[in-house]
Design a protein around this ligand. Sequence first.
Ligand code: GLU
Length: 410
Amino acid sequence: MIRVRIAPSPTGIPHIGNTRTALFNYLFARRNKGKFILRIEDTDQKRVVPGAEEAIYEILEWLGLHVDAKFKQSERLDLYKEASQILLRQKNARMEEGAVRFIVPKGRVIEWVDMVGNKNISFKSDDIEDFIVLKSDGYPTYHLANIVDDHLMEISHVIRGDEWISSTPKHILLYESLGWDQPIFAHLPVILGPDKTKLSKRHGAKSVLDYRNEGILKEALLNFMAFLGWATKGDKEILSIAEIIALFDLKDVNTNPPIFNIDKLLWFNGHYIRTMPVHKLVSSIKHQVLNMRDKDNELIKKIVPLAQTRMKTLKDFVQLAAHFFEEPKTELSQKEKMIADQLTKRFSTMEQWNNGTILVAIKNVMASENVRMPIIYKIITGQDRGLPLPESIEILGKEKTLERLKRLIS
Ligand code: GLU
């Protein structure tokens, strides 16, 4: 039985690195009909950040990475204490000022075959110092709690970032001392920025909640993250989560560090926005980026098809549609007032109100006043470009358009 886990420490809001780890674990579990477990590693109480644990749940929920079981290490302290007592009894560890320190055996080579790249990794035990497994406050350190839980939770594969490689020999020694089988290890190459240095905010990397709030669709983020270190045979790039699950194999994880490219994420996002059914897009816009739950749903539904091809993020909608919800605060020049006056005259006599008739009216005004489209844009919307104007005016409606022009002229 395949059983994997993610073991985030609630020391900050999850970023793209630990969320990619979560995704790969999820994919591996679902691909192999295994279990996907969440374990909150909160034993370093000083570093716990309020809200971080909730953010972990929120992100998994948003992305649809549903877990099969959930644990929290601070609720399992007795188990770690018990393991440390075994180590003490067996003389694998010694008490030191209330803490338990594991004694690393000398002259050993510790090695394992890592599933990523199928490569042999080895460490000399002489290079590893004795290390604390239980602190004097009764809390375990990461190493002990991690292996006790991976053992008790029957984790078959430990899939984690390669920053943990240097911890693995310590874990292997602990498994050995406790007489437990060790899991298979798969260390994912760290994600780098375009300049090949460690990924950071400087490269446009943000907390995953920030991506959500800025209007990245979960479908785009999942598709994008899947390719951070993994690749399929063919050249198909747009893949649903179901397709990724069907194709996912840890053997195809690349040993080279993947490069984070924000433009690629926006490319995926634009694609998913353009191809999404309008009603789904409306709901994502309302829930993700707008405090519009109480705003005019019908109006949003009408604007979305116009905006859909022009948005890279859901947030672009806010800007593109702003003037529908709030009267633009434009000051018109004398000349512009004259144009507005002409528009009023043409619009008010129109019997049929649709983008075709509106376009004719606008063109007539443009010809008689010898002006170009951007001025008309500015008068009606307060912006000098945006969504197609005749369609926008049609949606705004005759009454509102005329009211708006009247206010601008006076
Ligand atoms: N608590 C560690 C973390 O924050 C877990 C590492 C592991 O997966 O073993 O990533």
